[in-house]
Structure formats: structure tokens, C-alpha cells
Ligand binder design. Sequence first.
Ligand code: ADP
Ligand code: MG
Length: 697
Amino acid sequence: MSDGEGVSGLPVTELNGVGPQLALKLERLQIRTLQDLLFHLPLRYQDRTRITPIGSLRYGQDAVVEGHVSSVNIVMGRRRSLLCRIQDGSGTVTLRFFHFSAAQKQSLTEGTLIRCYGEVRRGSSGLELYHPEYKRVDEQSTEQVEQYLTPVYATTEGLNQVRLRNLCEQAITLLQRCGGLQEWLPESLRNKYHLMELEEAVTLLHRPPPDTPVQQLLEGQHPAQLRLVMEELLAHQLSLLELRQKVKMTQAPALISRGDLQQRFKQNLPYALTSAQQRVAEEVDRDVSQPHPMLRLVQGDVGSGKTVVAALAALRAIENNMQVAMMAPTEILAEQHLRNFSEWFEALGLNVAWLVGKLGVRQRKEQLEAIASGSAALVVGTHALFQQDVEFNRLALVIIDEQHRFGVHQRLALKEKGGHDGSQPHQLIMTATPIPRTLAMSAYADLDCSIIDELPPGRTPVETVVIPDDRRHEVIGRVRNGCAEGRQAYWVCTLIEESEALECQAAEATVEELKAALPELNIGLVHGRMKSAEKAQVMDAFKRGDLQLLVATTVIEVGVDVPNASLMIIENPERLGLAQLHQLRGRVGRGATDSYCVLLYHSPLSQLGRERLAIMRESSDGFVIAEKDLELRGPGELLGTRQTGLMQFRIADLQRDAHLLDVVQEAAHSLLQAGEGEAIKAIILRWMGERDHYAQV
Ligand code: ADP
Ligand code: MG
């Protein structure tokens, strides 16, 4: 039992009426202990604290009424129903039941006093209550109304509200009698942030007094809710910080400047680093020179030049005679990196190995040997990199591109690969989707963050226009004119109903259509189902300028770099996330010519759809776009589904509660600094449970 004292750690089977079967149902709601039950907060509330005179009932209102039965009969309308009229001196109202038993009809004899609760509707007989809850009331005793607002809980099949409510009631009563929801937030902290005490907050939420502002409760803004939200966010924050601390306490090879690889690499580049690239590279160098693992997230807008920063970090490790693994989320992107890095590194006399899922047996064996023997200084690949049989020789740095697409499990699995004699590799994580600050704070609190906030010189902003697809022919004309002027263009077909196969079909059909409409152009096609050699061939032809128009599926989102391409048409952009659109659009505007992006939407567009495309038209700043996308669609969409596990809060809601994050961060640090080890452990345990939260973050 975790908390030791009081009720909270007791299993739910301690409650009256909870046997193994009910316990199983509760389990479905993640409720095992009384504490779980106490944290199973109501979704909303009903006001049954007063009886409304029947004469003053209003349509649409939820109300308790009490009256004598004046008549009961079964009517055959469109649906057979039982009608029971009751009156209280102020008026009459009809109760209507569609499902009823003979016994029920029998029990509602004329003159019986009943009390019911339900929503007032307009029926054929005037105001009616459909299927109200009701009970007989004894004339003699004065039956009390509810003292508190009635909670409504999320429940599960086979467990009704009344029963669940009864269990929560029991839990609260026990809590009041024996205590046991340990307060782990120090008083100083509670005072500082005006936080309610835990037991008081929990009790209030299950049993709000009649004068509690219900609207505030519904909006999640009641101080009792804020108290719990705060603690939950704190638990997540603390677990990330703890994870970070743990990693920081382990050993890592200290990679200091040796030799001249970095120097020679920079000299070979056809351009100078931007000052932002330089700054971030220095931050990375400083981190890896420490004998503890670096945990650094590099954010930078699409095209800001993150790859060069990664290359510099890799070279620092290689200068120290260590190995580097670079992991990309897709084979296309891994291939793009392989090409870049091979070109850069082979000029320096270094070997680059390559590991993706589709390698043949022999090829795979060769690559594995190069990795295990250490002859390969850098290994580029997909998640195939962290399969069991991959053995590194002396892995010191793991670079992960596009972090948000990987589960954190994968990140950690790769880290394990370096973990001999207690030493762990450094980690550099690069994300092309700028992450709004609020999200970064809660999702990546275990990482240090660098931002490349400057684009290489000479980029021209892309002008974006939003056009309905009934003006498709105009857009095709635009492609014709653009290509006649020597430009190159992308025509992007987007995912249809999550199906890659359909997306590819659409791309094939589009190519035929465009070839017919634009016979003077050389048009290529690249999509996710083509063999990689084929894909590479088409991409090369486009790069060389042999193809003027490239029809592609969203596979080109990450990868290609063709400065002469200055026009992009995206079909059905409403299907994509804003961050993804921004990525795609980043493929143009790389050269000196003016660039255009046409968002060719399928009308009619929803209100939300219009708003989202307007953002694309108005902003070219990835951070602004991501912030808006978060606002409009929520964190799951932005971070990708594989990361959403991270965002599963019981009570908190990152968007609604974003304003608390600064305070949460501050409070987490002050707890850590105050050495509140026991409290920290307990808070994490309470909210994140026994599951290994290290694997979760
Ligand atoms: P991203 O940050 O999106 O991964 P890349 O690393 O792919 O961006 O770089 C985008 C393009 O910018 C590449 O063509 C790269 O060669 C070029 N580039 C990177 N750094 C600079 C620089 N300092 N000056 C000019 N071009 C640069
Ligand atoms: Mg990149």
C-alpha cells in the first residue's frame, strides 16, 4: 500500500457492495484504489438541492419536482408510452416513459406522492419530463432534498450513475472519517500560489455545496479544480525533471575538441554558418564536452539549416574516435541524410554506414559488421537502428531528426545501445516542427532547448494563395507560365482518408491529367510506394532540371532540396496539419526567385478549415503557425499520435490550463531545490501511478 496511512491506498473492494465483478468494471475506469476513486472527478453536476414548483417549470430546465399522481395511462402514439400526470397545487406536468413495466404502472397509483428529476421538454401534452428518475415519497416523513449538487461521473457499461455515485459517496465519507489523502504540497507553496488543501478540494468537487458557482466548475476554473490540475501538472513536470536528473547523473564520454575535422568540414562548405547555427553548435559542443549525457533539443524552422549543426556535432564525436548514430523517421529522409553526410564525410575520409528496414540480407550483414567493428564512424538509418541485433562499437552520440515522430521508447532504446560500463551516449534531438513553448515545457521538460532562429541569407518569403479547386484550370495555367519562364514546380497530392495506397492512386491520376493539359512539359511522379531506386532517379532528374514539374505525394515533405523549384501547388491542403503544410511549403523559396505556394482546396471549406488556411497565407513563421495549430487542433495533432500518450492527463487540459505552466515549472524547481524528495516521489506516484514513468516520458 503506497500511502501507508488513511484510506487512499485501500482497494475499492473495501467499499460496501464492491465484489470482484464490480471491481473489474471499475478497473475499466482505471479505478483500483479509493484514491483512484476520489480522483475520478465528476464531469458535470445536477442541481437537486431544491424542489421547483411545477407551475414555474421552464422548458429546457433540469429540475426536481414533487407532486401527487393524478392519472396514469398507456397511450399508443408513434411510440407506445406510459404517461403519468402529477400535480402539486401550482400546476400539472406529465412524466413520459417509453420503456416501462406493468409493475411500474401498478405502483404509480393515483394519489401517490412522488419526487422526480429530469429535463423539462415540450411534449404533446404540454411540458413533460421524459424518463425522469423518480421515487415514491412518504407523506409522513419530511424527505430531504439533496444537500449538495449531484455529481455526474464518467462511467462504463454495467455501472450506472447511481451506483458509482454511491461508491464515491462512501469514499468521501471514509476520507472524512479517517483522512488519508496525504497533502504533499508544502504549506509555503500552497500559500504562495493560493492553493486549496487537497482533501478540501477533492471533497468539494464530489460534494459541491448548493451555492457553488456551477459555471465555474463546468469551465474547470474553480479553485478546487485548479488545485488538482496544478498538482497533476506538477507530477508530470517533476517526473520529467527527475528523469533528466537521473540521466545527468550517469556518465558519458566527454567529447572535447581534438583534430581538425570540424574545421575542415566548415571550410568545405560552400557557405558560412549563420550566427544562429554557430551559436547552437557551440551550445552543443559545450554540452558534449561534459562527462554527462547531453539532452538537447534543437528547434529550427524548416530550412534553417539544422543538418549542418548535426554534422558538426557528429564530427566532434568522431574527432574523439567515437561513433555516431543518426536516426530519421522515414526511409526517404534517412536516404537524404545518407547522401548529404556521405558527400560531406567521405571528403574527410570517414565511412558512413546505412541501416533501414528494406536492406537485403547480405547488405544488412555488411552494414552491421561495419557498425560493430567500428569502421563506420557514422550510421544513418531509421528505427531499424535500435533493433536487437545492432551492435555499436563505441557509440557516443545519438542524433534524432524529427523527434516528434518517434515514441520516446525508441529514443531510450537507442540510448541503451551505448550503455556499456555505465556510460550513456549524448543525445541531440532535432525537430523541424517548431514546438510552442507551452507544449515544449510540458512535453520536453527533460531536454535543454536551442533554437536556430535565423534562416540562411538569400531566402525569399513564399507568397501563399488560397484557391478553390473549381479554379483548377487557372492554376494549371499558372504552372504552364511559370515553367515557361524556366521555373520548376511541385504538385502535391495529399493523403486520402489516411490511405497511402489511395494517395498514390490520386497522384498517378493527377500525373495523367497534367500530362494531357501540359504536353509541353516534362512531368515526373514520385510517391511512397515506388522502389527507392526509382524514387531517387526521379528526384535526381528533377534536381538536374530534366523534369520541370514533379507530381508527388506528401513523401516530399521532408527531404528534397531543389533551389530552382519556386512554385508549389498543394491539393486539398485542408487535409493536412498546419505544421505539415509549413514543412511542404519550405521546399520552395530556397532560391533567389520569388516563390509561390497555391493551396488548392476542395470547397466548401468549414469555418475551421478557412481559418487554418488563412493562417498559412498570413504567416511564414513556423513558430506562429505551430502555436495556432495547437490552439485549433490540440497537442495530439501537433506532436503526432505516437506521442499523445504523453499528453494523457486525468484532470489537466494543456490548452485550458496553459496559463498555469509557468507556475508549475517554478513550483517544480522549488520542490527540487528544497530537497522534497519524499513529496516528489509521492506526487509522481499518485498521478502517474506505478507504471514506469521513465518509459512514458
Ligand atoms: P532544416 O533545418 O530544414 O533541416 P537543412 O539542414 O535541410 O534545413 O538546410 C536547408 C538548406 O539550407 C540546405 O540546402 C542547406 O544546404 C542550406 N544551408 C544550411 N545552412 C546554410 C547557410 N549557413 N547558408 C546557406 N545555406 C545554408
Ligand atoms: Mg531537416
